[in-house]
Write a protein that binds this ligand. Structure first.
Ligand code: LCS
Length: 400
């Protein structure tokens, strides 16, 4: 039994530090140990049979469950206010495990149009092989969700804020629409993290994460997570995870548990930097537009205020000379690193149309608002002045 259960009564910042820590340490250890064991001995044949039969709890085999991975799962369930959580090998493994659990041949999905590139591609090009269709709509307009629902719709999938366009969908309102039709709602909460947004509290049924990003926070490990609001969904998805086997390794879980402990500190600093950089970029003569939910001109600024505890540290912008100008900026930054991924302690810059979202066909990319001139910034925890100076010198290299 972990302290995770008790930590539900703590305030958010304390929960981040204490959730998932063992309540019954073996040697008084303060950090959860890495249980690097693939299998667990049964004290008797009867005990083994009872564990397999579900009559007794206890570990069996690491693909099914492991104490270190379980500690991370307890932490996620606590932070997202869920019934239970599952750790997966990657964020895509989390998303696909839910799809495999909830969709059958002939099922239909309604999804946010602007989602992470691989999420869009897997729905569009892989699940179609099994007769699963998806309608991609701009979910910031709730009427689009209502219109897209069909009798065979089995899932509403929302990404908010979206990667990379930072569009915000009203979780409470979209969940209400889906539930009127008896459809479960899954939210990709990667861009916000539970420190800033808890979709299950707003009515969603399932939350998925790329733990690779803010929760781990150090750009050194990949991982994913699924949190469900209810026991029935938990059991259904767990069964699929166990047999399809996209489980997380205990060493991976340990690194992410360690990363989570500083989530509040990292995000507070990173989002302060992001707000100041968004304002700086907004005034810069070489910048043509900036999208950051914290700027009052963001189209869903009010929705962000309503459902998030902060505006996060992701932003995107366009520069003079479109893509050519963006390339100059990406090739000229020094402190800022040109790399995909996000949510780490260091600031990263990338170009979605040629990198993270390149597999999405051009017309669909444009329809989803991923313009060729869009440059994405994942703001880290460096000193603000260093970041501002680096971006300023890179922007000033764009020819007039
Ligand atoms: N969901 C979102 C919102 C993501 O941004 C990503 C990865 C995933 C799911 C998949 O997670 P993974 O399997 O990679 O752990 N996003 C990436 C990005 O924007 N650049 O590189 C990866």
């Amino acid at each position: 039994m972990s302290k995770g259960r008790k930590s539900r009564e703590l305030k958010k910042a304390s929960q981040i530090i204490h959730s998932g820590q063992f309540g019954d340490p073996i040697f008084g250890e303060v950090s959860v140990p890495i249980f690097q064991s693939s299998t667990f001995a049964f004290p008797s044949a009867q005990e083994g049979a009872d564990r397999f039969g579900g009559r007794k709890s206890g570990y069996i085999y690491t693909r099914l469950s492991n104490p270190t991975t379980r500690a991370l799962e307890d932490s996620l369930a606590t932070l997202e206010r869920g019934f239970g959580a599952m750790a997966t090998a990657t964020g895509m493994a989390a998303i696909n495990t839910v799809f495999l659990a909830l969709l059958d041949q002939g099922s239909h999905v309604v999804s946010t149009d602007c989602v992470y590139g691989a999420t869009r591609v897997v729905l569009q090009s892989e699940y179609t092989r099994f007769g699963v269709r998806t309608t991609f709509v701009d979910t910031t307009d709730l009427t689009n969700i209502e219109r897209a629902i069909e009798p065979s719709t089995r899932l509403l999938f929302i990404e908010t804020p979206t990667n990379p366009t930072m569009k915000i969908t009203d979780i409470r309102e979209s969940a209400a629409i889906a539930h009127r039709h008896g459809i479960p709602v899954m939210v990709d909460n990667t861009f916000a993290s539970p420190y800033l947004q808890r979709p299950l509290e707003l009515g969603a049924d399932i939350v998925v994460h790329s733990l690779t990003k803010f929760l781990n926070g150090h750009s050194d490990v990949v991982g994913g997570g699924i949190v469900t609001a209810r026991e029935d969904l938990f059991k259904r998805i767990r069964r699929i995870l166990n047999v399809f086997g996209s489980t997380m390794d205990p060493h991976q879980a340990w690194l992410i548990l360690r990363g989570i402990k500083t989530l509040a500190l990292r995000l507070e600093k990173a989002q302060e930097n992001a707000m100041r950089l968004a304002e700086f970029l907004n005034r810069h003569p070489k910048v043509t537009w900036v999208t950051y939910p914290g700027l009052p001109h963001h189209p869903q600024h009010d929705t962000a205020r309503k459902q998030m505890d902060g505006f996060g540290s992701m932003l995107c912008f366009g520069v003079r000379n479109g893509l050519a100008g963006g390339v100059v900026v990406m090739d000229s930054v020094g402190l800022i690193t040109l790399a995909v991924s996000l949510g780490g302690i260091e600031t990263l810059i990338e170009h979605p149309a040629s990198m993270t979202h390149t597999s999405v066909p051009v017309a669909e990319r444009e329809e989803a608002g991923i313009s060729d001139d869009l440059v994405r910034l994942s703001v880290g925890c460096e000193d603000f002045e260093d970041l501002r100076e680096d971006l300023d010198q890179a922007l000033n290299r764009i020819p007039d």
